[in-house]
Design a protein around this ligand. Structure first.
Ligand SMILES: [Zn+2]
Length: 255
């Protein structure tokens, strides 16, 4: 197929950057119009590089460049670039934002147009920047991205009988919830408490635009963490490197 290149404005967010040759950088943007795109930023490591603001971690706004259907795109100029100041200044917030982007990088192919995901990420980062619990925001992404990883657990009702009025548990084997009268079907069900189940179901359908504040107690947060780790380990099978850093932070923060 012929390579298509177009000069265009686009709305995007910096996902991450990595060194490339002496003075250049590769910067991956999540764009609203073209999905994830890798840009070659020539001279980005020079001290006098003019578009520094456009390549800082999680910089977002309107950019202008030459976008290709396949391969490396180029950035020409920027229009209106903003930064998440609190995320930039806080190592923990930063680590969660990095993790959300690594999940998205794994879940979707470059060039796959995903404007809904773009909007979710923009909102998610705004919430983290505003001081909403970054771990909870990441959990919401983890739960909602499961479908993109080909795992789409049924969080609505019992997988077997579709009842919703009995206590639930989660079954990896059945790919979703089992009501109490069907717990016997899976001896390896996760034996989750009602509160953990409540939040996992909530996270699966919550709309980020509706969140003003969300507080979850530490023991429940740990349960949610363990459950999602288990689902990702067993059913998704990929764990981004940035997750290891979060786990280390978590170990440091245990009071
Ligand atoms: Zn049932």
């Amino acid at each position: 197929m012929r390579q298509q290149r177009q000069l265009t404005d686009f709305t995007g967010i910096v996902m991450y950057s990595k060194p490339y040759r002496d003075r250049d950088l590769l910067v991956k943007y999540l764009t609203k119009e073209f999905g994830k795109k890798m840009f070659l930023i020539r001279g980005a490591k020079r001290p006098k590089f003019k578009m520094k603001a456009a390549i800082l971690p999680f910089a977002y706004g309107v950019f202008s460049g030459s976008v290709v259907s396949d391969g490396l795109s180029y950035l020409n100029s920027t229009k209106d670039i903003k930064h998440f100041k609190n995320i930039s200044a806080d190592i923990v917030k930063n680590a969660y934002a990095t993790y959300i982007f690594s999940l998205i990088d794994l879940a979707y192919q470059d060039g796959n147009v995903i404007p809904v995901v773009y909007n979710q990420v923009q909102l998610g980062l705004e919430l983290i920047d505003k001081g909403i619990d970054a771990e909870i925001i990441s959990n919401i992404f983890e739960v909602q991205l499961l479908a993109a990883f080909g795992v789409a657990p049924n969080w609505r009702d019992c997988v077997v009988c579709h009842r919703t009025d009995l206590p639930f548990d989660y079954s990896e084997e059945y790919g979703g919830l089992l009501c109490q009268s069907h717990w016997h079907l899976d001896p390896y069900r996760l034996r989750l408490d009602a509160r953990t189940i409540y939040y996992l179901r909530l996270f699966s359908e919550i709309n980020l635009t509706k969140i003003n504040d969300i507080k979850v107690q530490k023991p429940t947060k740990q349960k949610i963490r363990q459950t999602l780790d288990q689902i990702y380990e067993h059913s998704v099978g990929v764990i981004p490197k940035s997750k290891r850093f979060l786990d280390q932070l978590d170990d440091l923060q245990i009071e």
